[in-house]
Design a protein around this ligand. Sequence first.
Ligand code: RB5
Length: 150
Amino acid sequence: MLAIASDHAGLPLKREIEKHLEEKGIAFKDYGTDSAASCDYAVFAQRACNAVMSGECERAILCCGTGVGISIAANKVRGIRCVCCSDPYSAAMGRRHNDANALALGARVVGTELGLMIVDSFLGASFEGDRHARRVGQIMAIERGESLEG
Ligand code: RB5
């Protein structure tokens, strides 16, 4: 199950992604917004990311105008590693090397077709572990307030 969320600016791209996932038979749950009225992306980032951290969903796909605000908010949720991507390569490498569990897209940055390619790359790639597991472990240690220097 994927968690999907957006603010008003990300809503059109989110709808396209949902159509795409339906066509591919990939289950998702939409955590809002469902309105074009101006709203605050952090609320929706937190809802979708909480669903990932509770285990209800495996990963989150988040859309706002740039992808920036919603990815910053997502990365404040403990345990979330969100990549903000405008290209399919970074989305795949975010999974392969960084074990990203959330993807953020900018609806005002990428068009529909590129956005869908980015989603497919993210969903199609797997974490490679090994030395990358050590590095991801270091990221999580920073989150716990630990020093990497000692
Ligand atoms: C909303 O206008 C816009 O600021 C928001 O969608 C996002 O791009 C913020 O990072």
